[in-house]
Design a binder for this molecule. Structure first.
Ligand code: GCO
Length: 485
């Protein structure tokens, strides 16, 4: 078993430095139009949960329940981004980013979810967009990163088909106000996660554990995804670029060649990587692998839904953190598959318990690019949670730095093989509230001391800055290079 986190004077395991990526490489290799950014999300960073007219969200409610979040933490203050966004954008600009992705909190804009607009909430996003532009950061706005207004949850939330209209109204409000300045729009953040973790596993807001709720939420999110795209298209200038994001994991069978594990891997792929993607393309749900899911979802479908689920996005945001190993399981109906935790596999893993496997990014880019009518792909999140060590004024994080470098190398590898990939966004600009894991796992390029809210650029952030400044980067996979990290 390789233990992670490594001690900082120990060489990092070879998994950080897959030799498959081109080396050395530099920013110029990706092309002049490539977008280089970092991502963030409203609930994870903003705080100000009751400020200036904001309504409550399902995450405000969920984090109030005892025992659902590690150490019962919450993000009422978070990274205090609501008050400190200018400082954070200065730092982002200082790192040399060309793009910054953030989300808007729906209940900040529409406290009741629909109806009356909270002017001060909308003004905040207006100022944020202007502050990005003043710093030459192109804003990428995600409409929904999981903080549904509580008022809508009281009416069933994602399980109520009316959510499609509620979401359309919110999308319209945002597009009307910001469409003159925001060019890049993202509709949903990772539907599989907020639908699955929120409605089937019960580990995210709204904390439901119910197959019917999962199915209803899945179908309504699929409809809202396309409807959001249509509303934006109708509202925005022709130059706007409209996308949405998908979570994904590269999946491999525990026993390659074993028919049960191979079939389980295909079913898991349909559920985890394809469920929300193929309806967008007009292919419907991937029911060939999951017939029972198909019959169950039918209950929520109305005539014409197959067309309503489709939309021609300008790009897809791909968000990948790891690979999963799949085995046949007789215990989990529908999927008949389970994921083997990294901790049981003698592989290095991060503070999230996820296998360190940067090549996963390459494989997922290849998989999505293989759809004949796929749009351009963007890596809208990529990163890893490792501990940081303060050494004087520095925050030393060799594992994150190495991961970032390896991940960027894997994007270039895919691009060189012809994949149309147009951007890379590190998750995340700063440390922030990691949902059910609270503040434990840190993903930021910038460290936050939550006692003082002091920001410090980590070594990984410095690495990104050097790279974005044009420095050539050798893949640091030789023993001497590793020792020097
Ligand atoms: C997600 C979200 C982020 C997470 C990140 C790390 O992918 O789950 O978009 O909000 O913080 O992925 O888990």
């Amino acid at each position: 078993m390789i233990h992670l986190p490594p001690r900082y004077d120990e060489p990092l395991p070879p998994a950080f430095f897959p030799a498959s990526a081109p080396t050395p490489f530099s920013r110029a290799d990706f092309g002049a139009d490539f977008h280089w950014g970092a991502s963030a999300a409203a609930y994870q960073t903003e705080g100000a949960w009751q400020h200036q007219g904001k309504g409550p969200s399902i995450w405000d409610d969920f984090t109030r329940r005892k025992g659902v979040i590690r150490r019962n933490e919450h993000a009422r203050v978070g990274a205090d981004f609501y008050n400190r966004y200018e400082e954070d954008l200065d730092l982002a600009h200082g790192l040399g980013l060309s793009d910054f992705r953030f989300s808007a909190a729906w209940p900040r804009v529409l406290p009741e979810g629909t109806g009356a607009v909270n002017r001060r909430g909308l003004d905040f996003y207006d100022r944020l967009v202007d502050a990005c532009l003043e710093r030459d950061l192109r804003p990428w706005l995600t409409l929904y990163h999981w903080d549904l207004p509580s008022a809508l949850q009281a009416r069933g939330g994602w399980t109520n088909r009316n959510v499609v209209n509620w979401f359309a109204e919110y999308a319209q409000v945002m597009a009307r106000r910001l469409g003159d300045r925001v060019q890049h729009w993202l509709v949903l953040n990772e539907p599989m996660v907020f639908v699955g973790a929120g409605h089937l596993l019960g580990v995210h807001a709204p904390g439901r554990r119910h197959l019917g709720a999962f199915l209803a939420a899945a179908h309504h999110a699929t409809l809202a995804q396309a409807e959001g795209g249509r509303v934006l298209r109708a509202q925005l200038p022709a130059t706007a670029r409209i996308g949405t994001t998908f979570s994904c994991s590269y999946l491999t069978p525990q026993r390659p060649g074993n028919a049960y594990d191979e079939a389980a891997t295909r079913r898991a792929d349909a559920l985890l990587n394809r469920l929300f993607v193929e309806p967008v393309l007009g292919q419907g749900y991937p029911v060939a692998e999951l017939p029972a899911l198909g019959w169950l979802l039918d209950r929520y479908q109305k005539p014409g839904d197959d067309q309503r689920m489709a939309f021609k996005f300008d790009f897809w945001g791909i968000q990948n953190y790891t690979r999963e190993v799949v085995r046949f399981s007789p215990w989990l109906p529908l999927q008949w598959a389970s994921l083997v935790p990294a901790k049981q596999r003698s592989v290095p893993y991060s503070d999230m318990g996820w296998e360190v496997y940067p090549e996963s990014l390459y494989h997922m880019l290849k998989q999505y690019a293989a759809y004949p009518n796929a749009p351009q792909l963007m890596i809208t999140e990529s990163g890893s949670a490792f501990p940081d060590e303060r050494q004087g004024t520095r925050v030393v994080d060799p594992a994150r730095r190495a991961y970032l470098q390896a991940a960027v190398g894997q994007v270039l590898r895919a691009q060189r093989e012809g994949v149309d990939v147009g951007g890379y966004f590190a998750w995340s600009l700063t440390d922030n509230f990691e949902w059910a894991e609270g503040y434990g796992p840190r993903f930021g390029l910038i460290h936050i001391d939550y006692n003082t809210q002091e920001r410090t650029v980590k070594d990984s952030g410095r690495w990104y800055q050097e790279f974005l400044g044009g420095a050539p980067m050798a893949q640091e996979h030789t023993a001497e290079n590793v020792a020097r990290l």
